[in-house]
Design a protein around this ligand. Structure first.
Ligand code: G3P
Ligand code: CA
Length: 286
């Protein structure tokens, strides 16, 4: 597919290259970088002992060989788990998004004591990966989503900002794009982030369009809208409203070729996808 706008669209690897590799593992993020993704997406949660780890679900049951809520486990408990081999079961069952496009010959993810590539991923380690890539001339951005931040009354954001500061990533450089942005479905969480770091870009995620955002306006201070692809399918005109209100538009989770086409047609700024190599290829960039 060719399109005048396609080179402008950022391709963001959702939970890493999570179609090919177990989501939220170092393996998935390294693969996304190798595939050529412009940015990486991750969800962060607090462990019982106050570490931010990259896990989507409230519990570890689906994506590891352990059980229980992340918030009830300490980092050492999580570090003993294997976050990789569940992906073999998904593949064996022929499940998962685009299972038919997966490489049947690909080796299984090793079971048992996890290697660094498939053990629980701390946000700190992911920031190291981003910093390593920047240092070696392969800049990749990171979009960090705060999960269930209201429950923690600011602790998620506090810990997040503390880490970003340590890496010198809590505000954008004088020139060029910010290597990091923070996303959330919670306007309050984004407000906390901006209160601590006013220049850090924030993305307001939307599963549906609430009446107060129907005209394209977002919570004060938010620069970027993060609508679901379903919103665009049902209300394609919403992108123009968001743009008129001065917002960038980052859409999730875009896996179907026809949805990629829709995003191109509507002129979105970023496509968040489980399959970055397919999207890059569709955009003529791989
Ligand atoms: O990138 C936004 C998207 O990740 C939000 O949905 O459930 O995959 O975190 P979820
Ligand atoms: Ca997410």
């Amino acid at each position: 597919m060719t399109h005048a706008r396609q080179h402008l669209i950022q391709v963001v690897a959702h939970r890493g290259a999570s179609e090919d590799a177990p989501e939220h593992t170092l393996a998935a993020y390294k693969k996304a970088v190798d595939d050529g993704a412009d940015a990486l997406e991750c969800d962060v949660r607090l462990t019982a002992d106050g570490h931010l780890v990259c896990v989507h679900d409230r519990r570890v049951n689906r994506t590891s060989n352990g059980r229980g809520a992340v918030s009830a486990l300490e980092l050492a408990d999580l570090a003993a788990l294997d976050f990789g081999s569940w992906k073999n079961r998904e593949r064996a069952r022929g499940e998962g998004p685009h299972a038919e496009g997966l490489d049947a010959e690909a080796p299984d993810w090793e079971e048992g004591p996890a290697s660094e590539d498939t053990s629980v991923l701390t946000l700190e380690r992911l920031l190291e990966l981003v910093a390593e890539n920047h240092a070696s001339g392969r800049p990749v951005q990171l979009a960090i989503e705060t999960k269930h931040p209201t429950r923690w009354a600011g602790q998620v954001e506090e810990r997040l900002l503390h880490l970003l500061k340590r890496f010198g990533l809590d505000s954008p450089p004088a020139e060029g794009p910010s290597p990091v942005r923070v996303m959330s479905f919670s306007a309050r969480s984004l407000h906390r982030v901006r209160a601590a770091s006013p220049t850090l870009p924030t993305v307001y995620l939307m599963q549906f369009v609430s009446p107060r955002h129907r005209d394209g306006r977002l919570p004060q201070g938010v620069r970027v809208a993060g609508p679901s692809i379903r919103i665009l399918r049902n209300h394609p005109g919403y992108v123009a409203k968001l743009k008129r209100a001065g917002h960038q538009v980052h859409v999730w989770t875009v896996n179907e070729p026809r949805d990629v086409e829709l995003c191109v047609r509507l002129g979105v700024d970023a496509i968040i996808t489980n399959r970055p190599r397919h999207v890059l290829s569709q955009l003529g960039r791989a």
